[in-house]
Write a protein that binds this ligand. Structure first.
Ligand SMILES: [Zn+2]
Length: 308
């Protein structure tokens, strides 16, 4: 099976290259970082499963042609680009339709994008069809399978995508005619392997919370720099500060792998997690960012240099 529309993700592509369709599973989770192409991969996989040609998806059989024209009734995509996840009634409706026998391929493929946004009630409503699918293959996409109910995860085969390389992102941005070559190179560096994010950076610039988190992470090991970086974080809005915390934790978890001061970074990580949990009780962002700087300074003398 091939993934003709999917950029990068060589590991996923080679995994599926020689996999027979009946070994893919009927309840699938496609996970991976935001913007790595999970929904594209899910749609390619759906096309390959429904294809009746040789080199799946062949692009020319009746199923492939209908899919391209958007008229293949054996394929449905839920939850993409929605602010809100499908509600319980929509999930029940989807479940009922999954029992209806398909006309052409003998089965159907339902892709549920951002399945981690489904509330527990909606996820529970899917358990039966994930366990004993009748006529439908379900492909759920999400950034992290751990954000789904354990009961959902245990019924699915999990496949994982990878962040896109800078080269692939630059080539794609150039192809789309977005930004100057310098802007493309800059966005590719900052986007953490997400094409969507790279496009967003070119169109809207790097978000303030992310700039502040990068500055803070780079300042670790220098007390004065940490103080300045926390001042910058203190001027964010409450919502931005929450995103700053999430982004900083993400960066810390990356730094931990290559740091001799891993334990200190973990303690800082825990402190920030705790700040996020108690944000509702603390009205002032500048108090939070000040406390963060004090935590770094007081406990470690500013000496949390990730590289040493
Ligand atoms: Zn085909």
């Amino acid at each position: 099976m091939r993934f003709p529309s999917l950029l990068g993700n060589d590991r996923l592509k080679s995994l599926f290259a020689h996999m027979p369709a009946d070994k893919v599973g009927s309840a699938i989770i496609l996970s991976g970082p935001d913007g790595c192409g999970k929904v594209t991969a899910a749609c390619d996989l759906a096309a390959a499963l429904l294809c009746t040609g040789e080199d799946r998806p062949c692009g020319v059989c009746p199923s492939c042609r209908r899919l391209k024209a958007g008229t293949n009734s054996d394929f449905e995509l839920f939850g993409e680009g929605l602010e809100k996840a499908p509600n319980i009634d929509q999930v029940r409706d989807m479940r009922s339709r999954s029992f209806i026998r398909s006309g052409d391929s003998g089965f159907k493929v339902f892709v549920i994008a951002n399945a981690d946004k489904l509330n527990p009630q909606s996820q529970n409503a899917l358990l039966k069809v994930l366990e004993e699918p009748l006529n439908t293959v379900f492909i759920l996409t999400c950034a992290n399978p751990m954000d789904l109910l354990q009961t959902v995860r245990s019924r699915c085969t999990v496949y994982t995508g990878e962040p896109l390389s800078e080269d692939i992102i630059i080539a794609q941005l150039n192809k789309e005619g977005l930004g100057s070559s310098q802007q493309c190179a800059e966005a590719a560096k900052l986007c953490q392997g997400s094409l969507e994010k790279a496009r967003d950076i070119i169109q809207n610039g790097q978000p303030a919370y992310e700039k502040a988190a990068v500055l803070f992470a780079r300042s670790l090991g220098n007390e004065l720099a940490v103080y300045k970086a926390s001042n910058a974080a203190g001027s964010l809005s409450r919502d931005e500060y929450l995103h700053f915390c999430i982004e900083l934790c993400r960066q810390l978890s990356e730094l931990v792998c290559c740091s001799k001061n891993a334990q200190l970074l973990i303690e800082l990580y825990d402190y920030i997690q705790n700040q996020m949990n108690t944000m509702a009780q603390n009205p002032s962002v500048s108090a939070l960012s000040g406390a963060l700087a004090a935590f770094c300074g007081d406990l470690y003398g500013g000496n949390i240099c990730p590289k040493s």
